[in-house]
Design a protein around this ligand. Structure first.
Ligand code: HEC
Length: 91
């Protein structure tokens, strides 16, 4: 039981310490995203996304629809990656 708790805390810590755009890129490539999107879908002028949190909300909506079962933290990382490489919106 105690081992389980320690393990759980470790997982929580490691996801928050190492989460960033790099992680987001890997998640993006592993999740379902590329089944429907290619990179030209992101950050082009026709987008309705105006703020970083819009990207996050959209990633959340897409991944829920596809049952990717990502954690909020992972959704955040993917949004970070998309923003860094494509949208370049203010956070
Ligand atoms: C079943 C198909 C499908 C999958 C899988 C999917 N999306 Fe989407 N996504 C859409 C559709 C449809 C739209 C709305 C039309 C559009 O804007 O291209 C959209 C829009 C978006 C947008 C907004 C694009 C813009 O600038 O307007 C983002 C960001 C996005 N998806 C990210 C993701 C991410 C990240 C994943 C993987 C976790 C993902 N999507 C998986 C279908 C999908």
């Amino acid at each position: 039981m105690n081992y389980f708790k320690i393990f759980f805390v470790f997982i929580l810590l490691s996801t928050s310490l190492f989460s960033d755009a790099k992680e987001g890129k890997e998640l993006f490539n592993q999740a379902s995203c590329l089944q429907c999107h290619n990179h030209e879908d992101f950050g082009n002028k026709n987008t309705e996304l105006k703020m970083f949190k819009d990207i996050e909300a959209r990633v959340q909506a897409c991944q829920l629809a596809e049952s990717d079962e990502l954690f909020d933290e992972e959704v955040h990382d993917i949004a970070k990656y998309l923003n860094k490489d494509f949208y370049k919106l203010k956070e």
